[in-house]
Design a protein around this ligand. Structure first.
Ligand SMILES: NC(=O)c1ccc[n+]([C@@H]2O[C@H](COP(=O)([O-])OP(=O)(O)OC[C@H]3O[C@@H](n4cnc5c(N)ncnc54)[C@H](O)[C@@H]3O)[C@@H](O)[C@H]2O)c1
Length: 403
């Protein structure tokens, strides 16, 4: 694994747990973890359960006994690490968004396609697909229970940078993060809605805004290159304790709002913001079809709201389904019905599916090609916003991979 902070911890929890919960054809051994600060990565290895640690990610690539590389770094290093790992025949799990640019994502998808021919697997970490209620939403749509999908409504709202004194961490720097709320949380709802509906976004009209354009540099940093290493405890957003007197320019969006068309004929709205005061990690999706509606709220992730319009009129109404039964996706390995699960389980489910695919010679999803398509949507949103919200078509992913 490369990176040991927020996602490093979440993925480590999943690697530690997955074989104890699921009966799988292969067992994960947590061999080597990489970070840039020697002392901190040593502590992380000890705390998170890794056998060894290094400050050079190329050590992972060089070792013959390492089969899988898990990329949990900011987007500016995804392409370099993933490309080197695939070229060395390592299976790769890479955090989202796949890359910082379409060019990088295109190279990664092409490398993944080449590696696939040699039996090397790759997957992007859109973990919310593996929340059982979200997987169930997809099944309801695929089984025709919603009929023809007309509307997709998705929001992903946070508020961790409402304070203008919040420091200029890597997530607020385009060269590190690629984009702001759009790529960080907007990417999740783009992937999730396309996964659930089985439809792809074909075009968008967008507005984006950076509400606070200058922010203090993090304490202990000498410039914009400051990241969490050596700069204090993280808070889950790559944030640090305190800031210094100098300021720097925010180079990403604070919020992105767009309308979209999907290739199955649905109209969609998306909102991703880090300025939704009071909303901490509010991911909500509602899908309206000719025969019904489903709605999901991450803050109540064990539940699904389902309106079945085929029931007799007198019995119609939203049903709250508690997605904890053994027959619900992923749930048979956990607890008795009604004993709920949480955020971290989505990562354990992600590792389950990844290990199973690698061990059985199948291709895990979302593939790098799927994640490239998300990147193309992000790119279309950015271009539309730059062009005064003009309608912007999303380039087809397959054509891009082949190019
Ligand atoms: N799936 C999700 O729900 C989810 C949630 C948060 C973040 N993410 C994604 O995970 C990735 C990491 O985000 P995070 O929140 O964990 O960030 P973070 O700031 O908490 O951690 C980043 C880690 O990467 C390490 N790092 C950075 N550059 C490195 C390099 N060149 N070599 C070795 N280590 C390096 C840092 O030392 C740190 O340990 C991003 O792509 C982000 O978008 C996904």
């Amino acid at each position: 694994m490369v990176g040991y902070a927020f996602m490093g911890a979440a993925h480590s929890q999943a690697w530690r747990t997955v074989n104890r919960v699921y009966d799988l054809p292969a067992r994960a051994r947590m061999a080597l973890i990489c970070g840039r600060d020697a002392g901190k990565v040593a502590d992380a290895a000890d705390r998170l359960g890794w056998e060894a640690h290094t400050t050079n990610w190329r050590d992972l690539i060089a070792r013959d006994d390492i089969d899988v590389v898990d990329v949990c770094t900011p987007g500016d290093s995804h392409a370099e690490i993933a490309l080197a790992a695939l070229a060395a025949g390592k299976h790769v799990l890479c955090e989202k968004p796949l890359a910082n640019t379409v060019t990088e994502a295109r190279a990664m998808a092409a490398a993944a396609a080449t590696a696939q021919a040699a039996g090397v697997r790759s997957m992007c970490g859109f973990n919310y697909r593996r929340v059982p209620a979200v997987t169930m939403m997809r099944q309801l749509v695929a089984d025709g229970r919603l009929g023809v999908i007309r509307h997709v409504r998705a929001t992903y709202l946070q508020d961790w940078i409402v304070d203008p004194q919040f420091p200029l961490v890597w997530r607020l720097q385009r060269d590190k993060a690629g984009s702001g709320a759009l790529g960080d949380i907007g990417a999740h709802i783009i992937d999730l809605t396309q996964f659930v509906t089985g439809q792809r976004i074909t075009g968008v009209s967008a507005i984006t805004e950076t509400f606070v354009k200058e922010r203090p540099l993090p304490a202990g940093s000498s410039g914009l290159a400051a990241t969490v290493d050596g700069a204090g405890p993280v808070d889950g957003h790559g944030a640090v304790d305190g800031h210094g007197p100098a300021t720097g320019t925010v180079t990403v969006d604070d919020a992105a709002v767009f309308v979209a068309r999907l290739d199955g004929g649905s109209l969609a709205t998306y909102e991703a913001s880090r300025f939704a005061t009071g909303r901490k990690n509010a991911l909500r999706v509602e899908i309206n079809g000719s025969l019904g509606t489903v709605a999901f709220d991450l803050e109540r992730l064990n539940e699904l709201e389902f309106y079945d319009a085929t029931r007799p009129a007198a019995e119609q109404g939203f049903t709250r389904i508690l997605v904890t039964e053994g027959e619900h996706p992923y749930m048979s390995a956990w607890w008795p019905p009604g004993h709920i699960i949480g955020y971290e389980h989505s990562f354990t489910h992600q590792m389950r599916d990844f290990i199973e695919a690698v061990a059985t010679g199948a291709d895990p999803t979302p593939s790098f090609a799927d994640a490239l398509q998300v990147q193309l949507v992000l790119d279309a949103v950015t271009r539309s916003a730059e062009l005064g919200s003009s309608w912007t078509e999303v380039e087809p992913a397959l054509a891009t991979v082949a190019a």
